[in-house]
Design a protein around this ligand. Structure first.
Ligand SMILES: CC(C)(COP(=O)(O)OP(=O)(O)OC[C@H]1O[C@@H](n2cnc3c(N)ncnc32)[C@H](O)[C@@H]1OP(=O)(O)O)[C@@H](O)C(=O)NCCC(=O)NCCS
Length: 145
């Protein structure tokens, strides 16, 4: 199993996994956001993929905040349903957190996520900031030192 930065070629497979997981998020917008990694925007998302036997089985993204580059978001952590509950999402989460930790020149960092499944994120040290701040979504934070 290999965890690496996504390339443009990986986008269709990432989009496929996104669709398989049945998110209510608008699909055309999701595809634009995946492509944004390769845009000329000043602040771009970085997507990370998990590859197993040359197949993309999971992906997730992170992006620094526009207001403060010490604040990061992790979003769209998605494992292909066929490979869920085998530890893939946890390996991906640890990789995403470590990549944010290693971001150069910034010592203190904070990661914010918005999720309906806080149980999953608690395992990585995220704490609730605002329960039900947006419908069923819970805002969670993890401070890195
Ligand atoms: C959340 C997700 C990425 C976890 O990926 P995974 O590869 O299955 O992760 P792991 O095997 O490391 O961990 C699985 C654990 O996460 C937790 N978990 C996953 N989905 C959950 C849910 N809907 N509700 C509560 N806990 C959940 C459980 O503790 C689960 O353990 P179990 O399989 O023994 O029940 C995957 O379930 C997924 O892609 N879900 C759909 C997309 C999604 O909701 N992403 C999160 C957006 S905030």
């Amino acid at each position: 199993m290999k965890i690496r930065k996504a390339t443009k070629k990986d986008i269709p497979k990432m989009f496929e996994i996104f669709k398989l997981n049945g998110s209510k998020y608008p699909k055309n917008l999701a595809l634009k956001e995946l492509n944004e990694m390769f845009s000329k925007s000043l602040i771009k998302p970085t997507y990370i993929v998990v590859e197993d036997k040359k197949e993309i089985i999971a992906f997730g993204g992170f992006i620094p905040s526009w207001i403060d580059n010490m604040v990061f978001n992790i979003f769209w952590v998605n494992t292909n349903p066929k490979y869920q509950s085998q530890g893939v999402g946890s390996r991906l989460m640890n990789d995403l957190i470590n990549r944010i930790k290693r971001t150069k020149n910034i010592k203190t960092k904070m990661i914010l996520i918005s999720t309906k499944i806080p149980e999953f994120y608690k395992k990585f040290g995220f704490k609730k900031v605002a329960p039900k701040y947006d419908g069923d979504y819970i805002l969670m934070v993890k401070k890195l030192k």
